[in-house]
Design a protein around this ligand. Structure first.
Ligand SMILES: *Cc1c(COP(=O)(O)O)cnc(C)c1O
Length: 407
């Protein structure tokens, strides 16, 4: 595709207006919104107001005057249409890792007569580490299986299953409905990690029969570096579960200051400590970038961008690279992965040209398409640049092959 053809697609794109909601540097093609979402235009002013007027002028009165105390649920409610849940089933708190620990801990306690925590091999490391730590704490065993063995591995000894919805490496999507159904049949609980799906593709927790989920605030949700995570507990389960990380903010009456813990009703019992107000303000602005956007349109654009990218790369680079994501867009999240033996250096050479993707060991070059702001013309520019880097072996220089701490 030529740049002009791609520009015509952008002109006809019904979501093109959403790009104006972001501040992106000129001459950068940002294909890493799956790792750190772009800065919303509204974020700096909103943060400045919360700091100067609320914190600065109103000080501690802000907990009531500006409703800070309710922000974990108020901001979470913005997520309801994005993940297909009811507002009262969502909460913003802590990091994804800590939220995972809470929900997985609650799940295994609710199935305490069972001994197995089921995970998928090569799932996102924090998920595996949280599962291992929790298993040690509770004397459970972690059973790690291949993706195609997972459904068959759920049985009457499975307390909980922990699973990414979209695989952070390959981008493949797990069918939520079938896993939830298999777990339900065995009376096991499933904790979904939506870090690479929420805000990128259609997620409908309620209709898929999901009961527990967590997800990351700083990727497609644009909440800023280290943004707090979200957690989801289906309404019917809330009264049956207890948070394993009890704290005063999850108490029924935090300001009664009593000695005995008594959990709040509903989702609020999954709070632990004082909410991070500045971080919540940034996430609020991030979630506001989804206002008025139908998730079906967002998902359609995600597929259109990533299909175009695959077509462009394969046409321009041939067999120098190998597609390591599912080819069928219905089986894929919003990022596309190509393998190349010198992928690290290739990505660094692209970054030097202003095309930002990332690398995942051992040889995967990952390109994320954030449907709110990425454009078809950017896809074509990235394809041209990658072909050029490969043709000239531009990556084969020490400045591109020396590894950084964060990749
Ligand atoms: C990014 C990501 C996380 C992030 O966890 P943090 O605790 O917020 O650092 C967790 N799980 C998956 C699958 C991710 O992709």
């Amino acid at each position: 595709m030529t740049i002009n053809e791609a520009l015509a697609l952008d002109a006809a794109d019904p979501l093109a207006f959403a790009r104006q909601r972001f501040r992106l540097p000129d001459a950068t093609v940002y294909l890493d919104g799956n790792s750190l979402g772009a800065l919303p235009v509204a974020s700096p002013q909103l943060l400045a107001d919360v700091v100067e007027q609320q914190w600065g002028d109103d000080l501690i009165a802000s907990w009531n005057r500006h409703g800070w105390i309710d922000w974990p649920t108020r901001v979470a409610a913005r997520l309801a249409p994005i993940v297909g849940a009811r507002p009262e089933e969502l909460l913003i708190a802590d990091s994804t890792s800590v939220s995972l620990f809470k929900l997985l801990g609650a799940a295994v306690a609710a199935r305490h007569e069972r001994n197995t925590l089921l995970v998928q091999r090569r799932d996102f490391p924090t998920d595996l580490y949280v599962a291992q730590g929790l298993a040690d704490l509770r004397g459970l065993k972690v059973r790690a299986v291949e993706p195609d063995e997972l459904l068959g591995a759920i049985n009457e000894d499975t307390a909980a299953v922990l699973l990414s919805h979209v695989d952070y490496r390959s981008g493949s999507v797990r069918d939520m409905r079938s896993v939830n159904a298999a777990a339900k049949a065995a009376d096991a609980l499933v904790v979904w990690d939506l870090s690479h799906s929420a805000g990128a593709i259609e997620v409908d927790l309620t209709s898929a029969g999901a009961e527990l989920a967590v997800g990351c605030g700083y990727k497609y949700l644009n909440g800023g570096p280290g943004a707090p995570a979200f957690l989801f507990v289906a309404r019917h389960l809330q009264s049956q579960l207890q948070s394993p990380l009890q704290g005063w903010m999850g108490h029924a009456e935090p300001f009664a200051f009593v000695d005995e813990y008594r959990p709040a009703d509903g989702i609020a019992k999954f709070l632990t400590g004082t909410p991070s107000i500045l971080a919540l303000a940034a996430l609020d602005a991030g979630l506001a970038t989804f206002e008025g956007i139908a998730m079906a349109d967002l998902a359609a654009k995600s597929r259109a961008l990533s299909q175009l990218f695959i077509g462009e790369i394969e046409a321009r680079c041939g067999d120098q690279v190998r597609l390591a994501s599912p080819r069928d867009p219905s089986l894929r999240g919003s990022h596309v992965v190509f393998a190349h033996p010198d992928g690290y250096g290739v990505i660094q050479a692209l970054i030097a040209r202003g095309i930002i993707g990332d690398f995942r060991a051992p040889d995967l070059m990952r390109f994320g398409f954030a449907p709110l702001y990425n454009q078809f013309a950017e896809v074509v520019r990235a394809g041209e640049a990658l072909a050029d880097v490969l043709r000239t072996r531009e990556w084969d220089q020490p400045r591109f092959t020396t590894r950084s701490k964060v990749t």
